[in-house]
Design a protein around this ligand. Structure first.
Ligand SMILES: Cc1cc2nc3c(=O)[nH]c(=O)nc-3n(C[C@H](O)[C@H](O)[C@H](O)COP(=O)(O)OP(=O)(O)OC[C@H]3O[C@@H](n4cnc5c(N)ncnc54)[C@H](O)[C@@H]3O)c2cc1C
Length: 406
């Protein structure tokens, strides 16, 4: 088979990229290749479903820009396509005095990122979230909720309506780069493409290496585990309730999220996963674990964050500790109010010096583009990431020669 452009990975980033390309050039020969039988079953289908505002990110970074612009484009997209969503806003609450300077920094960062943030006194928080106890808070009105699985499905419909092809159940094994085209070796035969875009999420570093590009970073999988409030206790949470995050850590701390289907999730934590798609505590892959444990960057990171990592590990195995973290936000929540639910695994790129790649990372080598770091808020920012990638893609031809698939 031959396509002008092949996008590897049927998650929200790959599908958003294909959506942008196919809308720009209707009829262009575009293929989205997905190894699983279904689209969006990994990070995209296992996240918190929050349309982030962009408050947390360093001003001027891609994350800050794409989250803010992506928040607006995601809401607009949902409106246009009748996807259920709710711009419910969120509160970030401080419960201890030593969190106040960090809360203030976050407020200032919100202003720098041009967000309509406001400071709230505890009684104002109670008007929004009656069960929260705190000493100060900020409100971020542009945050919202949606099902990213639903968004991804709509992207897929648009791609197909514009003449693009989606092929599931086909894993990319290797990319051989030629002068003008690349050959993709897959589990269902070879595909020739003029442009290849790697959006393989948890496997994006391996796909890059298989194409001869060293991203100088390794994906380290961090599992995020959740509990769910039992239906009788859902009224404890009206919208989105977050703690003040540790700025040294890329994760936001366990929080309460009202999902678009009305359920309320508590989490996610952040524990090292011993398998890239390891959603259960017992999941293990020798290859994935070996790669992590033999990577010098991992040990440098582990040494730096030993205390947090140990705490996360203990909390993963102790519901009591998990509940205690949640009680800092809502003191009346009890262990009996929570049942375990799905987990997700974040694809976080780690540098050899032990630093986590802070921003989105997109590398290009001739006609092969690699999305090497697209953690949260990449679902929110998916249309903006898609646009940024599409700008790097040369004009695509619509004509395509198809030979019988092997
Ligand atoms: C617990 C958790 C909570 C999160 N919460 C939020 C949130 O509230 N808001 C937000 O904006 N973001 C959130 N995120 C981040 C967001 O989900 C991700 O940034 C986003 O989904 C990344 O999309 P992706 O397409 O890059 O990856 P994925 O969704 O993982 O898709 C990659 C796809 O590539 C496929 N693939 C991999 N290798 C191959 C191969 N060799 N051949 C073919 N196909 C391949 C995989 O099967 C997969 O379908 C969260 C993430 C997690 C894990």
């Amino acid at each position: 088979m031959r396509f002008e452009c092949v996008i590897v990975g049927g998650g929200i980033v790959g599908l958003a990229t294909a959506t942008t390309l196919s809308k720009r050039q209707p009829g262009a020969s575009i293929l989205v290749l997905e190894k699983d039988q279904e689209l969006a079953t990994h990070q995209t289908g296992r996240n918190s479903g929050v349309i982030h505002s962009g408050i947390y990110y360093k001003p001027g970074s891609y994350k800050a820009r794409f989250a803010r612009e992506g928040n607006a484009s995601m809401v607009e997209f949902c409106r246009e396509h009748g996807i259920k969503h709710d711009v419910c806003g969120k509160v970030i609450v401080a419960t201890e005095n030593d969190e106040l300077p960090r809360l203030e920094n976050l407020y200032q960062r919100g202003l720098q990122n041009s967000l309509a943030v406001s400071r709230l006194a505890p009684e104002q928080v109670r008007e929004i979230e009656p069960h929260v106890t705190c000493i100060a808070a900020i409100k971020v009105p542009s945050a919202g909720i949606v099902s990213y699985r639903q968004v991804a499905k709509t992207y897929a419909d648009i791609i197909q309506a514009h003449g693009g092809t989606i092929q599931t159940g086909t894993r990319l094994l290797k990319v051989r780069k030629g002068t003008d085209t690349a050959t993709l070796e897959t589990t269902r035969g070879e595909i020739e493409a003029r442009v290849v875009i790697n959006c393989a999420g948890l496997f994006s570093d391996r796909v890059a290496r298989s194409a001869g590009t060293d991203p100088n970073a390794k994906i380290v999988p961090f599992r995020g585990e959740y509990f769910e409030l039992v239906p009788e206790k859902r009224q404890l949470v009206k919208g989105l309730i977050y703690p003040v995050p540790n700025p040294e850590f890329p994760f936001l701390g366990v929080h309460f999220t009202r999902m678009i289907d009305g359920t309320v999730h508590a989490g996610p934590n952040a524990v090292l996963a011993f398998k890239r798609e390891g959603y259960r505590k017992t999941d293990f892959s020798l290859r994935d674990t070996w790669e992590t444990l033999t990577y010098p960057g991992f040990w440098k990171l582990a040494r730096k964050h030993m205390d947090e990592a140990w705490m996360e590990m203990r909390r993963s195995f102790s519901k009591r500790l998990f509940v205690r973290s949640l009680q800092r936000l809502i003191p009346e929540v009890r262990a009996a109010d929570l049942v375990p639910c799905k987990a997700g695994v974040r694809a976080q790129a780690l540098l050899p010096d032990g630093k986590l790649v802070d921003d989105f990372l997109i590398l290009r080598e001739r006609n092969v583009i690699h999305v090497c770091n697209a953690p949260s808020p990449a679902a929110t920012a998916s249309l903006e990431i898609g646009k940024a990638i599409a700008e790097q893609v040369p004009e695509l031809q619509t004509r395509v020669t198809v030979s019988a698939p092997s």
